[in-house]
Write a protein of this length. Structure first.
Length: 133
């Protein structure tokens, strides 16, 4: 299942097995793509999280252009989910995705864009932890 492959990808990245993580995320994405529609429901949130995971692997592999593309796709879906649900879990997931984008942009030398991402991630994290209304 897509969820099982997503879980494998997470384990592999923690173990530093990046090629295997990338393969697992690719399989998970194919699984999600077979069952999703255009609605930002739980499946879309899982799909976005898988995009984020693959972007993280690509970031580790220094494939920044690909990582940025997937990161942007993940963030767009996460924003739609937050707009619809707006719970702490959804904001945390969006904050993590924006934070990864910050790191990718920094590696690409786009420091102004990275700083904007850093500020947005901090704001989202503050809302997640109840520090802002």
């Amino acid at each position: 299942s897509a969820r099982a492959r997503l879980n494998c990808g997470e384990v592999y990245i923690r173990q530093g097995r990046l090629a295997e993580a990338l393969a697992a995320y690719n399989e998970a994405l194919a699984g999600w793509e077979a069952v999703i529609d255009d609605e930002p429901d739980d499946t879309m949130a899982d799909y976005a999280y898988t995009l984020y995971g693959k972007a993280d692997v690509l970031h580790h592999l220094e494939r920044y252009g690909e990582a940025l593309y997937l990161s942007d796709r993940s963030i767009a879906i996460d924003r739609a989910v937050v707009k619809r649900v707006n719970g702490p879990r959804e904001r945390k997931t969006l904050a993590e995705a924006v934070n990864l984008r910050d790191h990718i942009l920094t590696r690409l030398g786009r420091t102004n864009d990275a700083q904007e991402c850093f500020r947005e991630a901090a704001q989202l994290k503050g809302k997640t932890h109840g520090l802002e209304a």
